[in-house]
Each structure stands twice: as C-alpha cells, then as structure tokens.
Ligand binder design. Structure first.
Ligand SMILES: [Zn+2]
Length: 234
C-alpha cells in the first residue's frame, strides 16, 4: 500500500486514493512542485543560511516555523529536509549554550570624543558561568567607513568564572554628531576552542563634538545577555 505523504507539511494521508494533502489542500504550496525542483542542494544551503540567522536570534518556535514556511515555499524545501536542518541547528545551539553565560556592558562615560581623533571606548565583560573560562574578542566595522575595521579589542588571557574584566580600545569617528555603534560582534571562546559569535544590540550613542565634555563618572550600561544577542556558530 502506498501512502500519500505531503512534501510540504509532512502529513501522511492513509487513503490509497488520496491525491492531495488534507492539511494543505489541492492548491497547497507543494501541489505544483516537480520532483527535480525539490531540495536542490544550492537552495537547501541557501535556506539553511537564511534560517540560521533567524534561529540563533533566540526566537520562539512558532516564529521560526511561520518564517520557515514562507522561505520553503519559495525555495521548494521539503518538510523532511526542513526537519533535518532544524535538528542540526539544535545540536549546534546546545554545543555553544555555555558560551552565552556572560554579561556585556559599555561604559557610557565617554570623555574626549572628537570627530577625527581617537575616542577611547570601555567595555566590561562578566563571566557568569560556574566553571568555564572565556576569552573575549570585540569587533566592530562601521558601515560608514569602507576601508578599515574600526574597532578591535580582546582579552589577552582567559576571564575566570564569575569574574569581570574591562576591555578598551580606540576608535576614530569621522564626523560630528550622534553616533550609534550597531552590530558590534562579541566572540566568546573557551579552553577547548569552542566558539560562538554574538551580535550586540545597537550600543552607545556617542555625541561627537568640538569641545570637551564629561558625563557621570561611572555609567555602565548593561547591553547584552543571552536572548538579546544573536549567536552564530563558527
Ligand atoms: Zn501538506
């Protein structure tokens, strides 16, 4: 007995006479898919890379599902392949989950911020884990400049469990006015070489000006914890 299985939603129809999926209907997304077009390797790769961005942003399963349906329809990705991709992501996420145990803060007290000159930025990383030591690297590439990586800083040694370090470095902002640091990448790696990259929410608005100014002495702004950050495995 051959059973009708919907390539789009995975539902099996026990009736031998079934010609379409009772869930998706006769005009369902996969009703006109030709076998050769389904799960083409380059499209599967493309699909996995689009979905990966979404998946690792710690979205809800419902959001991931409804987002994936739209892309699958366009790229002709079967339900089975989709399930494999998701299972693979879950394994990756679990493998790097311990690397998300950190708190990331930015010292808003940016003094001496002048356009065209070195501006010193100060960050603080707290390792919240019980037993993993981390190394941390920060990278920021300003979309307004094309010829250089604008900010790079890292911890030279491991940050011990339940301790904090500050990481500072200079950046040159080209123009006067309010500047937002968005898409700052935080790379966390452990003693075993396991690594995860997090993308911080838009950070710090720095006002660049022509005269010296000073804010509060200590103004640490908590910026990122797991859930607000985005991890991609590499
Ligand atoms: Zn279906």
């Amino acid at each position: 007995m051959t059973m009708y299985k919907c390539v789009f939603c995975g539902l099996e129809n026990p009736s031998e006479k079934a010609r379409f999926c009772i869930e998706c209907g006769p005009e369902g997304p996969a009703s006109n898919w030709v076998v050769d077009e389904i799960d083409q390797p380059n499209k599967v790769n493309h699909y996995a890379s689009i979905l990966s961005d979404f998946y690792f942003e710690a979205r809800s399963n419902d959001e991931i599902e409804s987002f994936s349906l739209r892309i699958r329809e366009r790229l002709k990705i079967s339900h089975d392949t989709h399930s494999t991709v998701i299972a693979d992501f879950a394994v990756q996420k679990k493998a790097v989950a311990h690397l998300a145990n950190f708190k990331f803060e930015f010292n808003e007290n940016v003094t001496d911020a002048y356009a065209g000159h070195d501006t010193f930025l100060d960050f603080r990383i707290t390792n919240l884990s019980q037993d993993d030591a981390f190394k941390v690297a920060l990278l920021w590439n300003d979309p307004e400049t094309v010829d250089r990586v604008d900010f790079r800083a890292d911890t030279k040694s491991f940050v011990r469990p339940r301790s904090s370090v500050t990481i500072g470095g200079s950046v040159i902002f080209d123009r006067i006015g309010i500047k937002e640091l968005s898409d700052l990448l935080i790379t966390i790696s452990d003693q075993f070489g396991e690594k995860a990259v997090f993308r911080a929410e838009p950070l710090l608005k720095i006002f660049l000006h022509t005269t010296k100014f000073r804010l509060k002495d200590e103004a640490w702004l908590m910026q990122a914890e797991w859930g607000q950050t985005k991890a991609t495995c590499s």
